[in-house]
Write a protein that binds this ligand. Structure first.
Ligand code: IPE
Ligand code: IPE
Ligand code: MG
Length: 246
């Protein structure tokens, strides 16, 4: 019997591989607390997990990976923690950009990141611009992101077009609405993962998750790695997606 040639690494769009995966990276604080360390230590390890998982996602052939890094509600945390998180973001952008470029990754940001410090806004704009022409995959970081605000902004954009007379109210359908969201040019969301045992969406990609498969794992984000991602993809592969049909 002929032995099949070894398969190459899965390509984007490989059967069973979700095109777009989103992760609510939760549990950094609890990871640190369990070790009697300050919360920042958990966030630092969380950044290491981001590097590992972004790499693993590329190897698995995922076209778009969207990571929830800072929610519009996370400003409610103590000022020192917010400052630490912004510092880590600066560090991540500075240290990771070369690898993202050499790996052909397109970096994108969703959320109102312009409310962050001016130097950070410049760093983000620069990183996004320098990776825009890459072939992909896409790494999307959600910063100062809130799904309800995103939906409201889309409604406002469409309302303006109606008021201008450039859009008829009847022309607003699901596709038109999705086209006004920050995720407009990303593949549909297939899989949403949340770490740390919490089972809620915390204002993340509410519209986009309409038919996404949800996977909740107890692993705390700093412990999450390529194996955990592969395990979530395996669960995804066993789900039967019906989209309301039979
Ligand atoms: C997720 O970890 C990171 C961010 C929200 C920025 P948390 O900081 O929420 O960790 P827990 O939930 O307190 O353990
Ligand atoms: C969600 O985690 C936000 C991010 C992972 C960035 P939170 O820890 O802020 O969510 P809640 O407060 O537990 O819902
Ligand atoms: Mg949390």
């Amino acid at each position: 019997m002929k032995v099949a040639a070894q398969q190459p690494a899965p390509l984007s769009g490989a059967p069973g591989v979700p095109r777009h995966v989103a992760i609510i990276m939760d549990g950094n604080g609890r990871w640190a607390k369990a070790r009697r360390l300050p919360r920042i230590a958990g966030h630092k390890q969380g950044v290491e997990a981001v590097r590992r998982v972004a790499r693993a996602a590329r190897e698995l052939g995922i076209e778009a990976l969207t990571l929830y890094a800072f929610s519009s509600e996370n400003w409610r945390r103590p000022e020192t923690e917010v400052r630490d998180l912004m510092g880590l973001l600066r560090h991540f952008l500075a240290s990771e950009l070369d690898e993202l470029i050499s790996e052909g990754v397109i970096l994108r940001v969703i959320g109102d990141y312009t409310k962050m410090a001016p130097d950070l806004v410049r760093m983000i704009d620069d990183a996004v611009a320098r990776t825009a022409g890459n072939p992909g995959p896409v790494l999307v970081i959600a910063l100062n992101y809130g799904s309800q605000a995103e939906i409201v902004a889309a409604a406002r954009t469409l309302a303006r077009d109606v008021a201008d007379g450039t859009l008829a109210p009847d022309a607003i359908d699901e596709a038109r609405f999705a086209g006004a969201l920050a995720t407009r040019d990303l593949p549909p969301l297939d899989l949403m993962i949340r770490t740390s045992g919490e089972q809620r969406l915390s204002n993340f990609l509410l519209w986009q998750a309409a038919y996404a498969e949800l996977v909740f794992v107890d692993t705390l984000w700093p412990d999450f790695d390529g194996k955990c991602l592969a395990a979530a993809l395996e669960q995804y592969g066993m789900r039967e997606r019906r989209f309301g049909g039979l």
